[in-house]
Design a protein around this ligand. Structure first.
Ligand code: NI
Length: 254
């Protein structure tokens, strides 16, 4: 009854045991997984995984880290790939000012182009925002994203920003860091935001929740995120699992 709305099972850290891990997820109650792409290569590998497994869906898109690798043909290629019926979103796209692997102006430009593409294709967007909250909101306003649908993945902003995103119709997704002892900010966001606007994810193999911090993450660990939300909001685990599953199905049209 769990939906891990953001994983990277095509990552090479799963090369040794991918099939086994995927079977294990299913056995552990993970009903759906959205495998997020971060460049053209992983857009293809996400689609390949989604074709192999009924319960895995895919996104296509270019992460801000790889924004500098995009050229004028990239959005056309993404558009062709998105025609696959298992592709449910454009992502992950956005801004990353923590690493600055691509120049900021290039990141912004490519983010806006992919928002345009998602609008044309009527697909929701999966947004990556790291230390770039102000520019993300500026672009949202400039691009008139209200109502197009999307999610801020592994949300790390404030309650105020969360409320702005909800007004635009975006979901907020929370991941392993919610379970970290020092994460007061995201706990507050989860407390303030209605359950029907929250999604859960692992971002596997990254962002492993407590008590497994330091190990490779995998979608089965999404249950720790659901448990933490239940604890914060005073709800049952089942209620959180069921509602976040329904939220994800609604957003991604599954
Ligand atoms: Ni990711």
């Amino acid at each position: 009854m769990l939906f891990d709305t953001h994983a990277h099972l095509d990552d090479d850290r799963f090369d040794e045991d991918r099939r086994q891990i995927i079977e294990q997820c299913k056995a552990e109650g993970v009903e759906l997984i959205l495998n997020a792409a971060s460049n053209l290569e992983t857009s293809l590998s996400s689609i390949a995984l989604s074709k192999e497994y009924d319960f895995i869906y895919a996104s296509v898109g270019v992460h801000p880290h790889d924004a500098k690798s995009m050229d004028n043909k990239t959005t056309e290629i993404l558009s062709d790939l998105a025609a696959n019926t298992k592709v449910k979103a454009i992502g992950e796209i956005g801004l990353d000012y923590h690493y600055d692997f691509s120049p900021r102006e290039v990141q912004k430009q490519r983010f806006m182009e992919q928002i345009d593409l998602a609008k044309q294709l009527k697909l929701p967007i999966i947004v990556h925002d790291r230390e770039s909250h102000g520019d993300i909101m500026d672009i949202f306003n400039k691009m008139n994203v209200s109502g197009m649908g999307g999610v801020l993945h592994s949300f790390s902003g404030s309650v105020e920003m969360a409320r702005e995103c909800l007004k635009l119709g975006f979901y907020l997704s929370v991941s392993g860091p919610l379970t970290f002892k020092n994460n007061v900010k995201t706990v507050e966001v989860v407390r303030e935001i209605p359950l029907d606007m929250l999604l859960i994810e692992t971002d596997s193999p990254y962002l492993t929740p407590a008590p497994y911090r330091g190990q490779r993450n995998y979608p089965g660990h999404v249950r720790y995120v659901a448990e933490k939300i239940a604890e914060i909001k005073g709800l049952t685990f089942d209620e959180v699992a069921r509602t976040t599953l329904e939220n994800g199905k609604k957003l991604f049209n599954i």
